[in-house]
Design a protein around this ligand. Structure first.
Ligand SMILES: Nc1ncnc2c1ncn2[C@@H]1O[C@H](COP(=O)(O)OP(=O)(O)OP(=O)(O)O)[C@@H](O)[C@H]1O
Ligand SMILES: [Mg+2]
Length: 492
């Protein structure tokens, strides 16, 4: 007999009014489901189903975030532990002011979020999105098949580095990659490996994340009985990377004893397992990375000079993102596509204003920070087809305080040119779905002030029409009314 397609929704909400609203939403959209007042009750019900080898036929679990006992996030993690239900899309219901919790819920595995108060069209949109996710999760040929090994390289500085990477990839020489945190050191190390002819694995080890006593056996492995708990022989990372590449990340944090042992591996191409008496030969290309000024650590005596010279045969320095702004927009577009796919959003690109805004940021956390901003923006842009200033600005205070980088801002002439030249899938002309707010992104601008400016600009753009302004801002008319009262903007 053919298995029935999942068609039911499981709902958890402690508020009786919300439960009635949700019952009505189910009815209006022709859906069926089961509603529970607490996470505990819902879990008990699911466990009973599991005991009977039944699955309940759910394609969506919809739960309020704040519940009196176990909250929505804990319910999500409990359900993820239960094999029978772990693939069901889980959507968090949350209030407007707690949207940041919705962002972190999605980062920890929720499929989407529904903002309170919601209309029937919001409910329908969330349900339809969950249907897509459920179909995707249940299709083995699609799920887990993503190859996201994208490498973005647009700026002159990065192109030069990449040309160099292509040349040195085939050599076996040791490489030292330096650069601030989040500049892409691991990405470059992986690229060197994938462009080389090495058939073995790429193995990364973060030398600062493991205590020195354990790091030695992690790197070199141990023999059976080498120490209490060494119940069997274990191959270390060097042996796992045999025929491939090993990345020694955060190398400057490595303890001096171990530095001497690494030097020996580089000189003799053999390792000694902890407790072993025979050296084992390994053929792993070594790449080391650090965000520290390693020459300074050599001068200060905490890093061995001879090891530094051994590692530094080829040196690649990755400049911070603020010094290669031509990469910002291409990276932002790449992350937009990546996260739209991950979160099942239909986002086609970034508005011209959004791009300019990103270009005005300093990114102290480099590419990782840009990636976080875009991931959050994609999550927040539930209904919008283009990412815009409103999706970035209000929620990125750390980056805003970095200040405006004058030379990164495009001139008026360039903007006009971009409108016609950039076209394509990732750009739309200013004004289509964008908010032409001129943001004074200075060190002193507070989130509240930004909100106020955004609201004032949206009202101006909508000629004072509040419904249109609320729509532009992606908030409900009621929230806009409250904000207007708060900021004493207009009469109410
Ligand atoms: N050229 C690139 N194209 C696409 N994504 C990139 C690129 N460079 C970096 N990234 C992304 O930016 C993030 C940070 O990169 P990575 O982890 O390589 O930085 P890192 O320099 O090793 O940082 P840390 O010093 O904190 O370890 C990753 O998610 C990575 O995928
Ligand atoms: Mg790294």
């Amino acid at each position: 007999m053919k298995k029935r397609e999942p068609d039911r929704i499981l709902i958890v909400d402690d508020d009786p009014h919300m439960r009635s609203a949700l019952t009505l939403s189910l009815k209006k959209t022709g859906r069926e489901g089961d509603i529970f007042a607490s996470a505990e009750e819902a879990l008990k019900f699911l466990d009973e189903l599991d005991g009977k080898a039944a699955d309940g036929g759910y394609f969506l679990i919809l739960s309020d975030l704040s519940l009196p006992g176990m909250d929505g996030i804990s319910l999500l993690s409990e359900i993820r532990k239960r094999g029978a239900f772990k693939l069901i899309p889980f959507v968090i219901i949350t209030a407007y002011g707690t949207v940041e919790s919705a962002v972190s819920a999605m980062k920890s595995g929720a499929a989407d979020y529904l903002l309170k108060p919601f209309g029937i069209s919001d409910f329908e949109r969330i349900v339809k999105n969950a249907e897509k996710i459920s179909a995707y999760n249940n299709c083995p040929s699609l799920a887990g098949s993503d190859d996201e090994s994208g490498f973005v390289c647009e700026s002159g500085a990065m192109k030069k580095i990449d040309d160099y990477v292509k040349i040195i990839a085939e050599a076996d020489a040791t490489v030292l990659i330096t650069g601030e945190s989040g500049t892409g050191k691991e990405v470059i190390a992986r690229r060197i490996h994938s462009l080389s002819k090495r058939k073995g694995k790429f193995i990364g080890v973060n030398c600062s994340a493991i205590v020195p006593t354990l790091l030695e056996s992690e790197l070199f492995g141990h023999e059976k009985g080498a120490f209490t708990g060494a119940v069997s022989l274990k191959k270390g990372k060097f042996e796992q990377a045999d025929g491939g590449t090993i990345l020694l990340d955060e190398i400057a944090e490595m303890d001096k004893n171990l530095q001497a042992k690494i030097l020996r591996v580089l000189q003799e191409k053999t390792i000694d397992r902890v407790g072993g008496d025979e050296p084992v030969s390994v053929n792993a290309r070594v790449i080391a990375a650090t965000n520290k000024d390693i020459e300074k650590t050599v001068e200060e005596g905490s890093f061995r000079e001879d090891l530094f010279y051994r590692l530094n045969v080829i040196h690649i320095y990755l400049p911070p993102l603020r010094e290669r702004k031509e990469d910002v927009v291409p990276l932002a577009k790449y992350f937009t596509a990546l996260y739209s796919k991950k979160y099942f959003r239909e986002i086609s690109g970034i508005t011209v204003q959004g791009q300019d805004y990103l270009l005005s940021l300093n990114f102290p956390g480099n590419i990782r920070e840009l990636e976080n901003i875009i991931e959050r923006a994609v999550i927040l842009a539930q209904k919008d087809n283009y990412l815009d200033v409103k999706h970035f600005g209000v929620f990125a205070p750390s980056v805003l305080s970095a200040g405006r980088n004058g030379d990164a801002i495009r001139t008026k002439e360039e903007k006009t040119r971009n409108k016609t030249e950039e076209g394509g899938i990732n750009s739309i002309p200013a004004g289509s779905n964008s908010s032409p707010v001129d943001f004074p992104v200075g060190g002193t601008l507070k989130i509240k002030e930004m909100e106020e400016k955004l609201i004032a600009a949206a009202l101006k753009e909508s000629s004072g029409n509040r419904t249109k302004a609320a729509e532009k801002l992606g908030i409900t008319s009621r929230t806009l009314r409250n904000k207007l009262k708060e900021f004493k903007l207009g009469k109410d």
